[in-house]
Ligand binder design. Structure first.
Ligand code: RP5
Length: 167
């Protein structure tokens, strides 16, 4: 439903193979009711599309871009180089190096072009979705309330299940 409204968050990834990871970011945006769009945009296979996407993001009304990539993960940094919209980078867990290559490719940006880098893999994607919602929440009371409700529920779940041996 939130995908049909004018998107505030753009979720892009270097390959279709990144989707099982990046889905966790989208799940959170859905949960918080944040309008978003999802697209494969590759720094290496579709470089012109990447620049066009970054160039047009602001005028299209995007407030945050979540960019996931693995291996030589240049997508988040290159998108950040072409826009002043906050870019959150998700290092996808690569097969060869377990995502350490992805992490270092994304996190080691030169001073002046920030990328907010999350953890490797599913947790990073999930947190990117939450963080993007928190950014949108600065100007959106409904999203703010949804994030707060999520936090409260999460805390309650832990408190109500203190014994790790019992489901
Ligand atoms: C990166 O290369 C993608 O982000 C992906 O994580 C990785 C492998 O891509 P595929 O070969 O699976 O398409 O650009």
């Amino acid at each position: 439903m939130t995908e049909q409204q004018k998107p505030l968050v753009g979720v892009i990834m270097g390959s279709k193979s990144d989707w099982p990871t990046m889905k966790h970011a989208v799940d959170m945006l859905e949960q918080f009711g944040v309008p978003h769009e999802v697209k494969v945009v590759s720094a290496h296979r579709t470089p012109d599309l990447m620049f066009e996407y970054a160039d047009q993001a602001e005028e299209r009304g995007l407030q945050v871009i979540i960019a996931g990539a693995g291996g030589a993960a240049h997508l988040p940094g290159m998108v950040a180089a072409k826009t002043t919209i906050p870019v959150l980078g998700v290092p996808v867990q690569s097969r060869a190096l377990s995502g350490k290559d992805s992490l270092l490719s994304i996190v080691q940006m030169p001073g002046g072009i920030p990328v907010g880098t999350l953890a490797i893999g599913d947790a990073g994607a999930k947190n990117a979705g939450i963080l993007a919602a928190q950014i949108v929440a600065n100007q959106d009371a409904a999203v703010r309330e949804a994030v707060k409700a999520f936090r409260t529920q999460q805390t309650q779940t832990v408190l109500e299940h203190p014994d790790p041996r019992v489901d």
